[in-house]
Ligand binder design. Structure first.
Ligand code: AMP
Length: 164
């Protein structure tokens, strides 16, 4: 269990921990792979969330998955890019979280994923929590915790001086 004092400090970063959906590059599951490949290269990310028309999260699409589909026996075959859609190659077994997830669970899941899609109770996409943002919050927490600890020691020391 994470100590309540540390959890409280981490929560001071809560606002920046979730990247809101409107700032996250995504692709529709109906899109042809060719379009998705363009989107991925423009966004500059190797993996992005896949949504349906009602904004439900349905999977993740990675550059790697697209390239694998293009690799035929004779080398790269781009014909598949026009025939297949995002739904044909996306990963659907994906770790996700709710906006109110326990910090401890989030930390465990981020060991194996660079980011976690955040979904509401209806499965609608709210944004992502990235390992990078969590590490920034952890870094902040460690520094502030250390400072608060040494301040407390100074106060205790000062008080004990007064008593003596
Ligand atoms: P970072 O920790 O910022 O390197 O992000 C880790 C991963 O999260 C990236 O490789 C992307 O797959 C995903 N990601 C981060 N920010 C965004 C964004 N604004 N839009 C789409 N995907 C993102």
């Amino acid at each position: 269990m994470i100590s309540p004092a540390l959890e409280q400090l981490m929560k001071e970063h809560e606002d920046t921990m979730i990247i809101p959906g409107e700032n996250v590059a995504n692709v529709m599951k109906e899109h042809p792979l060719e379009h998705a490949l363009l989107l991925l290269s423009q966004a500059g990310y190797s993996t992005i969330p896949v949504l349906d028309r009602e904004d439900h999260f349905v999977g993740l699409l990675s550059l790697n998955d697209i390239v694998k589909k293009m690799l035929g026996i004779k080398g790269i075959d781009t014909a598949n890019l026009e025939i297949l859609t995002v739904a044909d190659v996306m990963k659907t077994e994906v770790a996700v979280m709710r906006p109110d997830a326990e910090l401890e669970d989030v930390l465990h899941l981020l060991v194996d994923s660079a980011f976690l899609p955040v979904l509401d109770a209806e499965g609608k996409f709210c944004g992502i929590v990235t390992r990078r943002e969590i590490l920034k919050a952890v870094n902040y927490t460690f520094h502030v915790f250390d400072r608060k600890n040494s301040e407390t020691k100074v106060v205790v020391h000062a008080n004990s001086n007064t008593v003596n």
